[in-house]
Ligand binder design. Structure first.
Ligand code: FAD
Length: 301
């Protein structure tokens, strides 16, 4: 199913993100994770592309398993920085052959070898424009959004104008970077809607399970830690089980708040941990079915 159609028909949606294992790790590890997610009824599952050192080559294969073996709607991430049009076309062609027509169009991060002189891709909006003008124009395209601003953007306002470019070039929906501060997200949404970005937005939520993960997240994506969450971390950082439990509870509370606000969707960064996803989904199952049954329209604020 095309995710743009899904988002028109259902409110709110819930999606899960998984990542391919490193090349030396068998695919079975991620297949076990997908199998563990099957009872949780996600509306779609997304598969990252070369993020955090994971393998690029395996994205199509895993997305195909998500779609063809487990029967979920699959969203394949695709980065363009450093790629040539034929390379991008090849991935899109492989996806289409597997029956996958949903792509999260990303710039990605610079590769060590730099950008080839003949690459027309500097930004995600270049990839979106490219797809919309070619053979794959009917794909449903998502794009990334940054509630606290992209780390390389001088100001959040500038970043939001660049987000608008992605809508103008033909993105169908947005998925956000993870965040821990819902109030920052709500302020972001006011600004985004203020400049005319009307696309559905799925809020990216990552349950924090250990103290090491927090340092990595903050240095990679600059997510701010609100005082309430900082207290939790400092209270439990020496007791891993307690920190994981508190991290899951905190993520659940964020989701409950976002659902009450009227969010279009929740995108859970599962870190290939179906046990964690199951605990969160178990805590919101009645909320989720009540909202979907009532198809409560977003109130935004
Ligand atoms: P862009 O939208 O191109 O933005 C990048 C920067 O350029 C921003 O600062 C923006 O403000 C600026 N910019 C954009 N357009 C212009 C313009 N025309 N002129 C001047 N400046 C401009 N990475 C992976 O490698 N693989 C993944 O699978 C992956 N999945 C992700 C999923 C989500 C939901 C998110 C939020 C991120 C993901 N990333 C992934 C990380 C992403 O690739 C990086 O954050 C990357 O640095 C930016 O990608 P983008 O698509 O947001 O880029």
């Amino acid at each position: 199913m095309l995710i743009r159609d899904l988002l028109r028909a259902k409110h709110p949606v819930v999606s899960f993100e998984i990542f391919p294992p490193k090349p030396e790790t068998p695919l079975e590890t991620v297949y076990r994770a997908i199998d563990g997610l099957k009872g949780l009824a996600p509306d779609f599952i997304s598969v990252t592309y070369g993020a955090a050192g994971s393998s690029r080559d395996r994205t199509v294969e895993i997305a195909s398993a998500v779609h063809n073996r487990w029967g979920f709607t699959a969203l394949a991430h695709l980065t363009c920085m450093g790629s040539t049009p034929p390379e991008v076309e090849k991935v899109l062609e492989d996806l289409e052959q597997e029956g996958i027509t949903n792509v999260l169009a990303l710039r990605g991060d610079p590769r060590p070898e730099g950008i080839p002189a003949d690459s027309p891709f500097r930004y995600a909006s270049d990839l979106i424009r490219h797809v919309r003008r070619g053979h794959f124009r009917d794909f449903s395209l998502g794009a990334a959004a940054y509630p606290e601003g992209h780390p390389q953007s001088p100001t959040i306002e500038e970043d939001i104008l660049n987000l608008k470019r992605k809508q103008d070039e033909g993105a169908d929906f947005l998925i956000t970077q993870l965040f821990f501060d819902n109030e920052a997200f709500f302020r972001f949404m006011d600004k985004v809607r203020g400049v005319g970005v009307t696309l559905p937005v799925l809020a990216g939520i990552m349950p924090v399970l250990n103290a090491r993960q927090i340092g990595r997240i903050v240095s990679l994506c600059g997510a701010s830690i609100p005082p309430k969450f900082a207290r939790i971390i400092s209270r439990y950082e020496e007791t891993p089980d307690a920190l994981a439990e508190a991290g899951i509870a905190y993520a659940t509370e964020q989701i409950v708040d976002l659902l009450s606000w009227g969010i279009d969707g929740i995108h859970l960064y599962t870190m290939n941990r179906p046990d964690v996803a199951a605990r969160i989904m178990g805590s919101i199952s009645t909320l989720r079915s009540t909202l979907v049954a009532g198809q409560t329209a977003p109130t935004e604020g």
